[in-house]
Design a protein around this ligand. Structure first.
Ligand code: EPS
Length: 371
């Protein structure tokens, strides 16, 4: 299978299946001199992992990262970094009944049509297990971005089915609150409502969609390559490549459809931009404002509610997916979306440095931190 790599100067290739012996990635193009230890990966991998609350799949993986190459005495050497995580809690018998049927709404059918063969166990390569390695690679990107540019990339669950967090009028996110619950939910007052919603949903055997927002703060102006390497274009592609993502918005996104030009444009003053409908990107290049991205995730297709489908012989069957599944994949998607944004930013930062590193500071530089 091709297209398991992305990025131009900071290139990430992932490999592995959900129920294979291991998953892993190779990161090529990482600058030398970045301090990396196995423990650096722990926090973000735990934020993404299954089995950390009763609201996600109950598969329990240790997600211990083995650094196989590219790091000497705790420091990146500039050579390819290979990371490996062994799968230790796959339960393939849960999938026995899915060997010759297609879950409606799942990649089962399209993988079969494309390759004529598929590893049906745990969704194989289409499984969200693969996103573990995106998050691992993203840890390195986040660290480099933070150390070089003070860039912080972080996200939150902005909607779960019909529920939205109540935010203050300024939209400022309470990050302590986001980190204080299993949902990445910024509103303490409605966490109980969320818990109840998921409990009822899980009992019904169904699933639900969600929205995750990500903000990248302190991105300098100038990153992004017109025309075919626009920063928003590459963010959209990277975010859309996450399992279950069906929509990506940058800044005002689809709301721009009903906005007037006089409203949408972000007026500029010497003191700063007056709004950020552009989501920190104009002409595919960062403005220095916060980068704002939002993704819509579909409800997972592995559900207990029976659905009509066909088997390999094309005969009508009824499918009911048993096993350890997520009632809302969006609950675990925040660290994955953060990782994809960080990986795109690091790649674009290196590309900007390569072509435009001699340009130097351009005045005026308009302050921009507006949400
Ligand atoms: C997944 C189905 C479940 C999840 C898995 C993603 O797999 P299994 O049935 O093998 O438990 O647990 O998530 C992970 C293992 C993970 O690390 O994210 C799917 O169909 O995408």
């Amino acid at each position: 299978m091709s297209s398991n790599s992305f990025g131009k100067l900071f290139t990430v290739t992932t490999f592995g299946e959900s129920h294979g012996p291991a998953i892993g990635c190779v990161i090529d193009g990482c600058p030398p001199g970045v301090a990396i230890a196995p423990d650096d990966f722990r926090r973000d991998l735990e934020r993404r992992a299954t089995g950390k609350s009763r609201y996600t799949s109950q598969r329990h993986e240790t997600d211990d990262v083995e650094i196989l190459s590219g790091v000497y005495e705790g420091i990146t050497t500039g050579t390819p970094i290979a990371l490996l995580i062994r799968n230790t809690d796959a339960r393939s018998k849960d999938y026995a009944e899915l060997a010759d049927v297609f879950r409606p709404g799942h990649a089962d059918y399209t993988y079969w049509q494309k390759y004529g063969i598929r590893d049906h166990r745990g969704g194989g390569r289409a499984s969200a297990r693969e996103t573990t390695m995106r998050v691992a690679a993203g840890v390195i990107a986040k660290k480099w971005l933070r150390e070089k540019f003070h860039i912080v990339v972080r996200g939150w669950l902005a909607q779960l089915g019909p529920l939205t967090p109540r935010l203050t009028e300024s939209g400022v996110i309470d990050w302590d609150q986001v980190n204080a619950n299993a949902f990445f939910w910024p509103d303490a007052a409605t966490v109980a409502e969320l818990q109840k919603y998921i409990d009822v949903l899980r009992k019904s055997g169904d699933s639900i969609g969600a929205r995750v927002n990500v903000v990248a703060e302190n991105v300098p102006p100038g990153w992004g390559e017109p025309i075919y390497g626009k920063l928003d274009g590459e963010l959209a592609a990277a975010l859309m490549s996450i399992n279950a993502v069906k929509g990506v918005e940058i800044g005002a996104g689809c709301a721009a459809v009903t906005q007037r030009g006089s409203e949408h444009r972000d007026e500029m003053t010497a003191a700063g931009f007056l709004s950020n409908h552009a989501g920190g990107i104009l002409g595919g290049i960062s403005t220095g404002q916060h980068i704002l991205a939002s993704i819509a995730l579909k409800p997972a297709s592995s559900i207990l509610v029976p659905g009509r489908s066909v088997n390999l012989a094309g005969e009508a069957v009824e499918v009911r997916t048993k096993g350890r599944h997520d009632p809302c994949v969006g609950i675990r998607a925040t660290p994955i979306a953060e990782a994809m944004v960080a990986l795109v930013l690091m790649d674009q930062a290196l590309r900007h440095r390569a072509q435009c590193g001699d340009v130097g500071a351009i005045m005026p530089r308009i302050p921009g931190t507006m949400r």
